[in-house]
Design a binder for this molecule. Structure first.
Ligand SMILES: Nc1ncnc2c1ncn2[C@@H]1O[C@H](COP(=O)(O)OP(=O)(O)OP(=O)(O)O)[C@@H](O)[C@H]1O
Ligand SMILES: [Mg+2]
Length: 248
């Protein structure tokens, strides 16, 4: 099996705050790993380390066999890793001054030097795939939140990533739009995309995750198959967290 993400003994601080504590985590190719935990536990920080949006202080981190150096080290692999890792944020982060299609073609044409016609064709195909083929010439502000998030997913896919990171991709959406974004993610998972997903959508986690990881105050305190973690959590912190979130 190919390991796409390998973290060993990883530690990260924000000043004096020890945010990630001795994290050991591997993600296999094709695996969907869902990360859950209370607000402030370090979920976003953990996945942001994977594409170098945050630096870590010690330990090792490899993405698709490219090591990322701890803070102060030589980040010679960062550009390559950014090319291979797609990220979808809670707030979509689309470029407001570009049309939907140009949002999607920007990185392939600039970073990979893909010809514009080729990038355009890819964008059309991806927009169909995420169910918004007719929106290519609109601007982000003319779309619903669910549509914008699907553009963000298409934009990430246009770089043909080896790994997709999702940080609460449905948290900013009205309830009726959550399903359409989760549907796209479910399809991606089915097609074999390697994914790390931070989400509070426990139904989605149970259905789609190969593995669920529970983080408490920067430490992985429990991980396992979704049915095991949700139905029979071993750690009392996990039990307390799940009884809070599943009660809603
Ligand atoms: N840029 C930063 N500078 C200083 N502290 C930060 C920074 N980003 C996050 N933190 C702190 O690090 C801790 C972990 O934050 P993180 O955003 O990773 O949590 P989270 O689990 O994603 O929370 P949420 O569910 O609210 O998104 C928190 O205590 C947070 O306040
Ligand atoms: Mg977060």
């Amino acid at each position: 099996m190919t390991q796409i993400v390998k973290m060993k003994g990883m530690n990260k601080y924000f000043g004096k705050l020890h945010v990630l504590k001795n994290i050991d985590l591997t993600v296999e190719q094709g695996e969907v790993v869902v990360i859950i935990g209370a607000s402030g536990s370090g979920k976003s920080t953990l996945i942001r380390c994977v594409n170098g949006l945050e630096e870590f202080e010690s330990g090792t981190l490899e993405v698709d066999n490219h090591p990322l150096a701890p803070r102060g080290g030589n980040q010679k692999n960062l550009a390559e890793i950014r090319k291979e890792v797609g990220m979808v944020f809670q707030q979509f982060n689309l470029f407001p001054h570009l049309t939907v299609k140009n949002n999607i073609t920007l990185a392939p044409t600039r970073v990979k030097r893909t010809a514009q016609v080729v990038a355009n064709a890819t964008a059309d195909r991806l927009l169909e795939r995420v169910g918004i083929g007719s929106q290519a010439d609109k601007y982000p502000s003319q779309l619903s939140g669910g549509q914008q998030q699907r553009v963000a997913i298409a934009r990430a896919l246009a770089m043909e990533p080896r790994l997709m990171l999702f940080d609460e991709p449905t948290s900013a959406l009205d309830p009726e739009m959550i399903g359409e974004v989760l549907d796209v993610m479910r399809e991606l998972a089915k097609e074999g995309m390697t994914m790390m997903v931070v989400t509070h959508e426990m139904g989605f986690a149970r259905e789609v995750a190969d593995r669920v990881i529970y983080i408490h105050e920067g430490q992985i305190v429990e991980e396992g198959k979704p049915d095991d973690v949700f139905d029979n959590p071993q750690n009392e912190r996990t039990q307390a967290f799940l009884s809070r979130v599943l009660a809603h």
